[in-house]
Design a protein around this ligand. Sequence first.
Ligand SMILES: [Fe+2]
Length: 418
Amino acid sequence: MPSTGSPITRMREPLGHPTSTIPEAPRERWRKAFVAVRAETERRAARLSPEDQVVQSMPDASPAKWHRAHTTWFFEQFLVTPNLPGYKAFDPQFAYLFNSYYVAAGPRHARPMRGLVTRPGVAAVGDYRAHVDAAVTKLIAEADDETLARIVPIVEIGLNHEQQHQELMLTDILHAFAHNPTAPAYDADWHPPGAAGENGFVDLTEGIHTIGHDDGSFCFDNEGPAHRELVGPVRIARALVSNGEWLAFMRDGGYANAALWLSDGWNMVQAEGWTAPGYWAEIDGTWHSLTLAGRQPVDAAAPVCHISYYEADAFARWAGKHLPSEAEWEVAARSGGLADAFGIVWQWTRSAYAPYPGYRATEGALGEYNGKFMVNQMVLRGSSLATPDGHSRVTYRNFFYPAARWQFTGLRLADYPA
Ligand SMILES: [Fe+2]
């Protein structure tokens, strides 16, 4: 669900008064938020063996151990080292190992080689996390009011950053498990979230709407500035596209009909041999999918998952419809008409990932967080079954390359009024 009422966003209240005495309660709430998010990472990692945590199944996916260390480095690099007097790095070599893509923060290990780093081991990464956890909680507890007001936004982006990696831990291990012939279960008791499956469309008449984040709570810089866009007339499907509908597309030769596909998409179909969504396999005449609970028969009523932008686009063309733009999606979601907007699958939009009018990246190294990726990717809206509680919101802009399908990605359709 949107995070307008999340514990994290509620804790921003002291920020409006940076020069006043900050009461004890907000300081304690920030500490608790930090401890809770850090614990969720470890809770997700606890189901993974040391061997699970080392594997890197492709350059785009990272080992779980790396996610645990990189999120820790983020706090060490941007929060603790510059702000906690006398802080001693756990290991000076870790900055090289666990910097992801921040050029301004120094040189780093090559991304495709992360799976070759067997040391530090899982236990040492746990020690690294504990070392930085202690430093962050000390900083939050002991910083003077002025320093606290300055560092709270860094704590907040660090927590949101770690929540993003919590989702990636699951998408990345599922990709690794997909290469294991025994189809391991991350959690044998896991069940997919139920979809409301409402029928019909949200009708949007032509109008000018405000798009983007404007309520003062936390957002990533790519969600603003809020601005006005002309939207509609258009109809946005209330339901996500289901596996049953996708099977109909497959039976109709959707993956074999070049006329349905973008040129780049058709090239991917040919090169990768795509005949079904990611992780699908036909066993004894029945389609199965690898899920977090292991290999399961495909549920025709459930939303389709693990599809690329190219597949979503081809499906929409086959259905005689199109994908919503991100502005159309946001207006429909704000109207309350999209019951399955959050917590099931990210939904591809037809919008290229580009800066909003007036966008300026944050200054300094953290300005590399979003802005430098604003080309050649497509925007996804909503959130997925792997998104941590309190992390999603109606203005959230996720983005991936159009061929990517190891994320929990699906679609909803849009249509023009008759
Ligand atoms: Fe990161």
